[in-house]
Design a binder for this molecule. Structure first.
Ligand code: SF4
Length: 375
């Protein structure tokens, strides 16, 4: 089974009003101390992943890991390679915000070993970017892509967001077309969601409507997928589309029951335990995380054991997000086979008997299909 490594960098230059990720906003980011903490955590945890083939992916997410001077990223890539091994051509991704990409960014990251960038564009519409609290402009995002390419980083994911109340379908499609024009290898499209403990959450509690209506959202989702497909970037998962051969290898681990070692504050890890599995979350507070990791005892907010039945449910839950669905094995067939056949009769699942994949109708109500299958 392939496995990967996720490194969470929790620092951001500001807190976007819709974001509830584990982030820390501080004037002085302790770049080196945080790197040392991640290296200490790697030393403490690498043993639990020993004996596996080399990692197929290393993903620096956040937060804004694009703020981390490249020498720190280089040190972590080298240490992961030294302790666990990185497979030849392993996918090594760093998330960046457009305003942080300079002419020096790509050469420095490439020299560190990075071969893929995920760019938090969200939109090319300056008015919407302002409402989302973003600091870049549409032209700034275009410049960032050009700079990454000029510096030799060609494998670029563009993140887009839709569903904000004042964003009509035409504006959503204009964003997709603008992204396609930049010829990225991958596009991730997210619906804006209102999380309770965010500035948008507070505005929603005061009665403000921040999202488009549900039926508009559903129409937008279909239109976005069609526009991406027309542009040669084929949807392959609920929120992700790629040019052939550029499906995200690291994220694919999440959808296919792959294992991943988590490093950094608030990072989530997952490993198999016989027929079951184990998953955990690192301490979320950056300061407390660093203290524990540097003391050689990385702490966790939780560690859950999944039995074989729970792991099977998770495989269905995650695998059905993929357009190709999941390959049916005897364990899945024995547990969910009758329900899968009933959903197929309703036109919601296809690919039987070898695969279970949501049909176009099934995808429109995917949450219900998954609940019907596993509960
Ligand atoms: S959306 Fe990105 S840049 Fe904004 S606070 Fe969240 S992690 Fe940081």
């Amino acid at each position: 089974m392939p496995f990967g490594v996720y490194v969470h960098y929790p620092y951001c230059a500001r807190h976007c009003p819709y974001c509830d990720f584990t982030v820390a906003v501080t004037r002085e980011i302790p770049h080196k101390a945080y790197r040392d903490a991640v290296l200490a955590e790697l030393a403490a945890r690498a043993g639990s992943f020993a004996g596996r083939p080399p990692a197929i992916s290393l993903y620096f997410g956040g937060g804004t890991p694009g703020l981390w001077p490249a020498e720190n990223i280089a040190a972590i890539i080298e240490a992961v390679d030294g302790r666990l091994g990185l497979a030849p051509g392993a996918e090594i991704t760093v998330e960046c915000n457009p305003e942080d990409v300079t002419a020096a960014t790509a050469p420095a990251l490439r020299a560190a070993g990075v071969n893929r960038i995920s760019l938090g564009v969200q939109s090319f519409d300056d008015a919407l970017l302002g409402r989302l609290g973003r600091k870049h402009t549409g032209d700034g995002a275009r410049r960032a892509v050009a700079r990454l390419r000029a510096g030799g980083l060609e494998d670029i994911n563009i993140d887009l967001m839709h569903g904000e109340r004042r964003q009509p379908l035409a504006a959503v499609l204009a964003d997709v077309h603008a992204a396609v024009e930049l010829a990225p290898t991958h596009v991730s499209t997210y619906q804006l969601t209102i999380e309770e403990k965010t500035a948008f959450g507070a505005r929603a509690r005061r009665g403000e409507r921040l999202l488009v209506e549900d039926d508009v959202l559903t129409a937008m989702y279909g239109a976005v997928r069609a526009a991406l497909s027309d542009g040669g970037i084929e949807p392959y998962e609920v929120s992700n589309a790629a040019r052939p051969g550029h499906e995200a290898r690291h994220n694919s681990l999440y959808w296919t029951d792959g294992e991943y070692l988590a490093l950094g504050a608030g990072a989530h890890g997952y490993m198999h335990r016989g027929d079951g599995a184990e998953r955990w979350e690192n301490l979320r507070h950056a300061g407390r995380y660093m203290q524990a990791a540097l003391a050689g005892r990385p702490g966790e907010t939780f560690r859950d054991l999944l039995d074989a039945a729970e792991r099977l449910e998770d495989r269905v839950l995650c695998g059905l997000r993929l357009d190709r669905g999941i390959a049916v094995d005897p364990a899945l067939e024995a547990r969910f086979g009758d329900r899968a056949r009933r959903l197929a009769e309703q036109g919601l699942l296809g690919g039987l008997p070898r695969r279970w994949r949501a049909t176009a109708r099934g995808r429109a109500i995917l949450d219900r299909v998954i609940v019907d299958l596993v509960s």
